[in-house]
Design a protein around this ligand. Sequence first.
Ligand code: LLP
Length: 427
Amino acid sequence: MGQSVLTAAFTRRDGALYCEDVSAEVIAREAGTPVFVYSSAVIRDRYSRLTAALAGVKHRVHYAMKANGNRAILSLLRELGSGVDVVSGGELHRAQRAGFKGHDIIFGGVGKTIRELREGLKAGVKLINVESEAELLMLEAVARELGVVAQVGLRINPDVTVENSHAYIATGSRGHKFGIPHDEALALVKIARGLEHIELIGLDMHVGSQLATLEPYRAGLDRLMELAGRIAAMGTKIRYVDVGGGLPVRYDDGDPEPDLDAFAAVIAPVLKKLNAELIVEPGRFFSAASGVLLARVLYRKRSGGKDYVIADAGMTELLRPSHYDAYHLIESATPSGERAVVDVVGPVCESGDFLAQDREMDSVEPGDLLVVHTAGAYGYVMSSNYNARPKAAEVMVDGAKFAVVTARETYDDLVRLEQAHPDWRDA
Ligand code: LLP
């Protein structure tokens, strides 16, 4: 059971789990637990498969670094040729430190501050995806102050129905906070065309994450195509069409792997008709299956007829099970062959602190190492210091080598920004 979630990069040798050619137990011993472990081979493989599928259309991949902004992953993707999609000044900073230049960067997000707009313009980003009239006018003012012309995409909410695993990750339906309602877009285009420091060159959508079918892409693109036609009739050429992220990954046996050729077949004809360059912004697709979370079993206990496995990782490291009711396959790094039905919980003082509930899985004992699969996306980036828990370490594997790419936080890190003696000021 569950084996198909394992990929060529996560295999078993004499029963023990390996990431590429490095044993999970060795990493856990050397780097401690909890620790996120990423396979560089998975990222390389996914990048080359996606770009091969899209080869027939002029395109650029802009990795959505919100999924995993680890510098080693960013650098790897940059070396492969990827650009990046950022949604905050902090992500822009991280991207620049990882070597991305302005033309490699797309700046999105529904609530960019003046400071962030300024930072984006100063960095010379390729596209700022604007989500409202108010933001457009703010961007005009900031660009005027800097004496530059902002290269702008409009993020359209195409109002499409999206089937995915959780309401929190659907974004492209009527009434969501994201984007410009498609039936209000032309009015905004007219305004944009009248602004001296705005050059409208792109249309953008992101209809949701972990999309179960290609239908939302098809429906959303139809809307963008119609809009681009009308914009062209007004005399403005749309050069970039950004279809967002959303490619799904396999968390459980039944989950489909995305059909990249079918994805390309939906998109390419539209882009060719528009004679525009395609931008894709997958996040999860690259990083999710590249990563596992390793955690040590601390205790087992029975309570109220339930069997608990208490691990040294929980919602503070991987929030997805608790927040989205998300499934992650959990195995023992060295299974004994015995099975048990358990709740896998963390040490945090919350009943919602779990990694799995009522799960049939390998029976484990204190000291055993747990492998939580498909944890490379929206894992570390969503982790917190709740209960004053230092953030986990991150390790990158490449063949038979591994490196700690983010050190585990220390207790001192937890209090670094606090003032022992407040500097009181008169109000
Ligand atoms: N582009 C935009 C504008 C986005 O908002 C997102 C994700 C992406 C691209 C990348 O989507 P992906 O390819 O990763 O599906 N924390 C949630 C997922 C939230 C996604 C937010 N936006 C989770 O753990 O499932």
